[in-house]
Design a protein around this ligand. Structure first.
Ligand code: THU
Length: 131
């Protein structure tokens, strides 16, 4: 994973962010998930007037990937609104950890600021059921 590849994923996440449906919070989030094999899955948050039915951008991207047979992820890029660097919420961290605990999480914005975490380190003492 080099800088150009990460920059390309940030661009994809920013593109996806434009499709966010966030009339309630007015906070648009975009994501781009790179699966091993090279396929990229994007996501945007999709809100609902029943607020609890809202989908985070990361959940949308992971859901697209898993429903197309991809479960191994090398990097998840998340871009927050208004220049904010935002980490995935706890529920999204749990979902990422289910499939790829070693996945790199890159948090970025339209100003090209970026920070990195490792999925499993961002969810200490994670819940897990032995399958
Ligand atoms: N949101 C995400 O899409 N990802 C996160 O990790 C945190 C929050 C969305 C949900 C909601 O539509 C808006 O941001 C404000 O919480």
């Amino acid at each position: 994973m080099n800088k150009t590849q990460v920059a390309n994923l940030v661009d994809k996440a920013l593109e996806a962010q434009k499709f966010a449906y966030a009339p309630y919070s007015k906070f648009k989030v975009g994501s781009a998930l790179l699966a091993t094999g090279g396929q990229i899955f994007t996501g945007a948050n999709i809100e609902n007037s029943a607020f609890g039915a809202t989908l985070c951008a990361e959940k949308v991207a992971v859901g697209k990937a898993v429903s197309e047979g991809k479960r191994d992820f090398s990097i998840l890029v998340v871009v927050g609104d208004k220049g904010q660097l935002i980490m995935p919420c706890g529920s999204c961290r749990q979902i990422i950890n289910e499939f790829s605990p070693e996945c790199l999480i890159a948090i970025s914005n339209e100003k090209n600021e970026i920070d990195f975490r490792i999925a499993k380190q961002s969810l200490p003492d994670a819940f897990s059921l032995k399958a």
